[in-house]
Design a protein around this ligand. Structure first.
Ligand code: NAG
Ligand code: NAG
Ligand code: NAG
Ligand code: NAG
Ligand code: NAG
Ligand code: NAG
Ligand code: NAG
Ligand code: NAG
Ligand code: NAG
Length: 896
C-alpha cells in the first residue's frame, strides 16, 4: 500500500535538519571508513583451544593495542565451533564477559547441535591460525577455500562488528536481500543494507522491507552458502575479491553450508534445515488474486467480482485494502461505505462460487483512549503495546493517525491478536476471510523525526483526526519500576557510531519507524529486534488464523520478512511502480525469496502498483506473473495515482491473462507438487537457470529467465513495445509449451521473433513427465474435478521422470495423500505410487513428445490400445494416446 502523500523530499530535508536536545536524530549518510584503518586493527589471538569430536572452543584475546574505531574493542571473546551435520558448521563468537543480544529462539528456533559429526566425515572443514587468529572454511573434497578471514582482522566492538572474507575474482554471489539488484550481485561494488524499511516504489540500490543475511556462492566446482544469523542492522559490502560484514550489534553467529559440488539444490535444502521449510498453503492460493488500494465501496468490490466472471477470466480470490476500514482503524468497517452486512454478502457470494476473500490488517492500532475503540482498549488493558524506556506507550503515526504497536514479544499479545481476529473475522458474526494480508509491518510510521509530537503531525498530515490531548489511561502507572530498571546505559540506541546505509529520510535508524530505543516486554530493544517485527506479526497472524479455522491451512501475505518467515507466511514484493524496470526486476526479487530465502509463496504486484500501467505492460505482466508462485494483480488509488488495471479493462490484457492462466491452471498440480516438496525438504519452487546447469557459466548472471518448478523454463519478452526476445537455451533438449515441438538448445542465445502481446515463451526442459490438468477452469475447485493428461518430455537420453502430489488442499494434517511417481524409460511410461487420496478423476491421456515417428502400436498394462486411440502429429512430433483410466492405481504404457 502506498505511503501517505506527505512523503515528499522537501519535508524530509526540513525535518531531518532539526536537532533534539537530548539525542541527535539528524541526517547522516552511511558511514564510510578507510579500509586501511580497519585492517590496522589488532585482531585476536586464540588460546586454550579445545577440540573434541566435532566441537572446538577457544578463548580469543585482543592481539595488540585496541583500535577503538566505533567504540572500545571488546578484550576477550569466546569461540565455539560445532560440526552440526556433515554439511553444516556453526561458528559463533561471543563476548567472553557479557551477554549480548542474539536472535531469540522464539522467533527463529535453531537446529540441533547436540550431535556433532566428526570433522573427518564432514564435507567442509573449519581451519584456523592462532596468532593472529583467523579462520577458513574449506571444502574437504577439493581443499578449496570457501571463506577466509586470513587477510583482515575480526573487529568486535559494542556497536560495530566486522568480518571480512576473501572471495575469488568476479565471484558469483546471490542473496543478502531484500534488494532490487541483479540476482547475481555485482561482486566489485555492492553495498547491501539490512534494515526493514517501508521502501515505497521499491527503489534500486537501497535497503527494502525484508532482511535475509544469507548468500549462496556459485563456482564451477560447486555451490555453498553462508548465513550470518543476526537481526541487527548491517551493511554487507562486496569489493573486488572480498565480502565484508559491518554489523551494529549482536554477536557473530555464522552457519556455513557445504552445498554440493554438482547440485545447487542441496544448499537450499541445507539452508531450510536452519530456517525451516515453507508452510503449505491451500490449493486455492495458486489461483488468480485481484486487489487494489482505492476500491470506493462494497459495490465497487462486487462489480470487480462479477466483471471478472463476465470477462471469462478465472478470479479465485478477491482482496480489499484498508479502504474497508472505518477511519482506517484496523478491525473496523466503515458503516457507510463497507457496512458489515454487505461485506458478509460479498463473502457469502464468493464462497457460494468457490471463491475466497482476503482483507488487509496492519499492526498499528489507533491510539484512541476513552473513545470506545475496542481493539485499543483491550490492548491497553492487556498492556501489550511497544513501550518507551520509561514504560509509557510508544506512539507512532500510521493510517488512523496516532497509533501504538503490538509488542510481539509480550506473552499476552498472541491472545490479544487471536481474540481480535476471532471476533472481527468471526464466521458467524464478522467477516469470514480465507486469508490475511499484513502491511506496514516494518513497522512503518509516517512520523517525521523527531517524532516528539505525533498528534501535531497527524493534523499536519491530515491523518484521520485523533484527539490531540489524550487523557492518561488510569491503568498506566506514572513510573513503571521494571521499565526504569531496564533503562539502557549500555549503548547509543538511537544514533550508533557506525551508520548503516539506511535509505530512510535522514538515514536515521528510527526514521519512519518505531524508535530504536523502545523496549519490548522481555527487555529487548527495538534496536536489536527491528528487523524481526514483520516476521513476528506473521507468526502471530498465522496463529490467529489457524485458531479461527482449526486444522485448516491459510494464506498470509506480508511485506517485511526475516530468515525463517517462510515457515509461517508468504510475501509480496511491496509497492512497486507500473514500469518496465519493475517488471524486469520482479524476477530476481522472486528468485531471491523463493530460491534462497525459503519464502516461495511470493510475487510482485502484477501490472504495477503505483502510477499508470499500459495495456501492453499489463498484458506482458499478466503472463510473467502467471509464473510467480503467488499471482496477484494489484494497484493503488483510482483518483490519486493509478488508473484501473483489472485484466478485463483491455482486450489485449484479457486475452493475455486468459492464455497465461490457461497454462498456469493446467500446471497447477505440478506447482502444487513442487510446493509440497518444498514443504518437505526445502527444494526451491522456482530457481535460476544455473540451478539446473551449474557448470554452464553463461547461466550465472541470467535473471530474466527462470524455472517455474523443476522443468518449466519461462523466458518473457522484457522490453517495452517489443515482440522479440533473445533467450538462452543451454545444451539440452527443450519443448515449446504451446505446441510441444522439440527445440534443441545449443548453449547459445536464440532470438525469438513475433512473440505477440498475448504470448509468453515457455519451454519444458527435457527429462520431465508433467501431470497437467487437461483443461483450465474458472475456479480451482472446478479444476480439481478435471482429468489429468500426462506429458512425457524425454531428455537427451530418451528418459523422463516426474511426480504428482494430491491431497484435499485444505487441511494441515492429511490423512490420505496421493503421491505418484512417473518414469519413462525405453518407451515405457510407468506410473506407480500411493493413491490414498481419491482424486475422483481420470488420466484422460498421455502425450509423448519428441516422437520421431508414428507409434507402431501402444500397450496399456500390456494390452494393445485400439489404433483409434493413438494419434501422431508429424509436425510437432507428438504421439497422443487416449487412456481414460480412473486415477486410482498405477499403470504402464508402452509406445512401440
Ligand atoms: C569485476 O572486476 C573484475 C576484475 O576487474 C572483472 O573481470 C569483472 O568483469 C568485474 N565484474 C563485473 C560483474 O563487473
Ligand atoms: C559503485 O557503486 C556506487 C553506487 O551504485 C556508484 O556510485 C559508484 O560509481 C560505483 N563505483 C564504481 C567504481 O563503479
Ligand atoms: C464493471 O463493468 C461495467 C460494465 O462494463 C462497467 O461499467 C463498470 O465500470 C465495471 N466496474 C468495475 C468496478 O470494474
Ligand atoms: C516517557 O518517554 C517518552 C519518550 O521519550 C516521552 O515522550 C514521555 O514524555 C515520557 N513520559 C514520562 C512520564 O516521562
Ligand atoms: C513469558 O513466557 C516465557 C516463556 O514461557 C517466560 O520465560 C517469561 O518469563 C514470560 N515473561 C513474562 C514477563 O511473564
Ligand atoms: C476448513 O475448510 C473447509 C473448506 O473450506 C470448510 O468446509 C471447513 O469448515 C473448514 N474448517 C474449519 C474448522 O473452519
Ligand atoms: C534500476 O537499475 C536497473 C539496472 O541497473 C535499471 O535498468 C533500472 O532502470 C533502474 N530502475 C529504476 C527504477 O531506476
Ligand atoms: C511504446 O509505444 C508507445 C505507443 O506507441 C509509445 O508511446 C512509447 O514511447 C513506446 N515506448 C518505447 C520504449 O519505445
Ligand atoms: C499438429 O500440431 C500443430 C500445433 O499444435 C497443429 O497446428 C496442427 O494442426 C497439428 N497437425 C495435425 C495433423 O493434427
Amino acid at each position: 500500500m502506498a505511503p501517505h502523500r506527505s512523503h515528499t523530499m522537501g519535508r524530509f530535508l526540513q525535518v531531518a535538519s532539526v536537532v533534539l536536545a537530548a539525542v541527535t536524530l539528524g541526517a547522516q549518510a552511511g558511514t564510510v571508513v578507510d579500509p586501511a584503518v580497519l585492517d590496522a586493527c589488532p585482531g585476536y589471538t586464540a588460546s586454550n583451544v579445545k577440540s573434541s569430536g566435532g566441537t572446538l572452543t577457544a578463548s580469543l584475546k585482543l592481539a595488540g593495542k585496541a583500535c577503538n574505531v566505533f567504540g572500545n574493542d571488546i578484550p576477550s571473546l569466546n569461540l565455539q565451533v560445532v560440526y552440526e551435520t556433515a554439511d553444516r558448521i556453526h561458528v559463533k563468537f561471543t563476548d567472553a564477559s557479557a551477554a549480548r543480544y542474539e536472535v531469540p529462539e522464539s522467533v527463529l528456533p535453531r537446529p540441533s547441535s547436540a550431535h556433532p559429526v566428526s570433522p573427518q566425515s564432514a564435507a567442509i572443514k573449519f581451519e584456523y591460525k592462532t596468532s593472529p587468529f583467523s579462520f577458513s572454511i574449506v571444502r574437504s573434497a577439493t581443499s578449496e577455500v570457501l571463506f577466509s578471514t586470513a587477510s583482515h582482522p575480526i573487529i568486535f566492538e559494542p556497536q560495530y562488528l566486522r568480518v571480512k572474507t576473501v572471495l575469488p575474482a568476479d565471484a558469483n554471489i546471490y542473496g543478502l536481500g531484500e534488494h532490487t539488484n541483479s540476482f547475481r550481485l555485482d561482486p566489485n561494488n555492492s553495498t547491501l543494507t539490512l534494515w526493514s524499511r517501508d521502501a515505497y516504489g521499491v527503489p534500486n540500490g537501497t535497503n527494502l522491507y525484508s532482511n535475509h543475511p544469507i548468500y549462496f556462492e556459485q563456482r564451477t566446482t560447486g555451490t555453498h552458502g553462508v548465513m550470518l544469523l543476526s537481526s541487527n542492522g548491517m551493511d554487507i559490502k562486496l569489493t573486488p575479491e572480498a565480502l565484508e560484514y559491518n554489523v551494529i550489534g549482536g554477536v557473530l553467529d555464522f552457519y556455513f553450508l557445504a552445498g554440493s559440488q554438482t547440485d545447487p539444490t542441496q544448499v537450499a535444502k541445507q539452508y531450510a534445515e536452519i530456517v525451516g521449510t515453507p508452510a503449505e498453503v491451500p490449493y486455492w492460493s495458486f489461483g488468480l488474486h485481484q486487489c487494489r488500494f482505492g476500491y470506493q465501496n462494497y459495490i465497487d468490490v462486487a462489480n470487480v467480482i462479477t466483471n471478472y466472471s463476465a470477462a471469462g477470466i478465472p478470479l479465485e480470490t478477491m482482496w480489499t485494502d484498508i479502504d474497508y476500514m472505518d477511519r482506517r482503524r484496523i478491525f473496523t468497517v466503515d458503516p457507510q461505505y463497507f457496512p458489515l452486512p454487505r461485506m458478509q454478502e460479498i463473502v457469502a457470494y464468493l464462497h457460494a462460487h468457490n471463491q475466497q476473500y482476503i482483507l488487509m490488517t496492519d499492526p498499528a492500532v489507533g491510539y484512541l483512549p476513552g473513545q470506545g475503540y475496542g481493539p485499543f482498549d483491550r490492548g491497553e488493558e492487556a498492556g501489550i503495546w511497544l513501550k518507551n524506556q520509561n514504560g509509557s506507550d510508544h506512539l507512532g503515526l500510521v493510517w488512523p493517525g496516532v497509533t501504538v504497536w503490538p509488542d510481539w514479544f509480550n506473552n499476552d499479545t498472541q491472545a490479544y491478536w487471536s481474540n481480535e481476529y476471532a471476533m472481527f473475522f468471526s464466521a458467524d458474526t464478522g467477516i469470514d476471510i480465507d486469508g490475511s494480508w499484513n502491511d506496514m509491518v516494518e513497522p512503518s510510521s509516517f512520523c517525521n523525526l523527531p517524532c516528539d509530537d505525533p498528534f501535531e503531525q497527524a493534523v499536519e498530515q491530515d491523518l484521520p483526526p485523533a484527539r490531540t490531548s489524550a487523557p492518561p489511561s488510569p491503568s498506566q502507572p506514572i513510573f513503571d519500576e521494571s521499565a526504569v530498571s531496564r533503562r539502557n546505559k549500555r549503548d547509543n540506541l538511537l544514533t550508533p557510531p557506525y551508520w548503516i546505509n539506511n535509505a530512510a529520510p535522514g538515514g536515521n535508524l528510527s526514521s519512519k519507524t518505531a524508535y530504536t530505543d523502545t523496549v519490548h516486554a522481555n527487555g529487548l530493544y527495538e534496536y536489536d529486534t527491528h528487523n524481526l517485527y514483520g516476521t513476528m506479526m506473521s507468526i502471530a497472524t498465522r496463529q490467529a488464523m489457524l485458531a479461527r479455522r482449526p486444522g485448516n491451512r491459510t494464506l498470509i501475505i506480508t511485506r517485511s520478512t526475516f530468515a525463517g518467515a517462510g515457515a509461517h507466511v508468504g510475501k509480496w514484493l511491496g509497492d512497486n511502480f507500473s514500469d518496465w524496470p519493475h517488471y524486469r526486476n520482479s524476477i530476481s526479487g522472486v528468485l531471491g525469496m523463493a530460491t534462497i530465502y525459503q519464502i516461495p509463496m511470493v510475487g510482485a504486484d502484477i501490472c504495477g502498483y503505483a502510477d499508470d500501467t499500459t495495456e501492453t505492460l499489463c498484458a506482458r505482466w499478466a503472463m510473467l506473473g502467471a509464473f510467480y508462485p503467488f499471482m496477484r494483480n494489484a494497484s493503488a488509488h483510482n483518483a490519486d495515482t493509478s488508473i484501473s488495471q483489472e485484466f478485463y479493462r483491455w482486450p489485449l490484457t484479457t486475452e493475455a491473462a486468459k492464455n497465461a492462466l490457461d497454462m498456469r491452471y493446467r500446471l497447477l498440480d505440478y506447482i502444487y507438487t513442487a510446493f509440497h516438496q518444498a514443504n518437505t525438504d526445502g527444494t526451491p519452487v522456482v530457481s535460476p537457470m544455473w540451478f539446473k546447469y551449474p557448470k554452464d557459466k553463461t547461466t550465472y548472471p541470467i535473471d530474466l529467465q527462470w524455472f517455474y518448478g523443476d522443468s518449466i523454463l519461462v523466458s518473457p519478452v522484457t522490453e517495452e513495445n517489443s515482440t522479440s526476445v533473445s533467450i538462452y537455451l543451454p545444451k539440452d533438449i527443450f519443448y515449446d509449451f504451446e505446441t510441444f515441438t522439440p527445440v534443441q538448445g545449443k548453449g547459445e542465445y536464440v532470438q525469438l521473433d513475433d512473440v505477440s502481446f498475448t504470448q509468453i515463451p515457455v519451454h519444458i526442459k527435457g527429462g520431465a513427465v508433467l501431470p497437467l490438468r487437461n483443461q483450465s477452469q474458472m475456479t480451482t475447485a472446478e479444476l480439481r474435478k478435471t482429468d489429468f493428461e500426462l506429458v512425457v518430455a524425454p531428455g537427451t537420453d530418451g528418459s523422463a521422470s516426474g511426480t504428482l502430489y494430491v491431497d484435499d488442499g485444505i487441511h494441515i494434517d492429511q490423512p490420505a495423500q496421493t503421491l505418484v511417481s512417473m518414469t519413462f524409460r525405453h518407451g515405457t511410461l510407468s506410473v506407480s505410487g500411493s493413491f490414498d487420496f481419491a482424486t475422483g478423476v481420470n488420466v484422460a491421456g498421455v502425450k509423448v513428445l519428441g516422437s520421431t515417428r508414428a507409434p507402431r502400436g501402444v500397450l496399456l498394462n500390456g494390452k494393445p490400445v485400439p489404433q483409434s486411440h493413438v494419434q501422431y502429429n508429424a509436425t510437432t512430433k507428438v504421439a497422443s494416446v487416449t487412456v481414460g483410466l480412473p486415477f486410482t492405481h498405477g499403470f504402464t504404457l508402452t509406445v512401440l
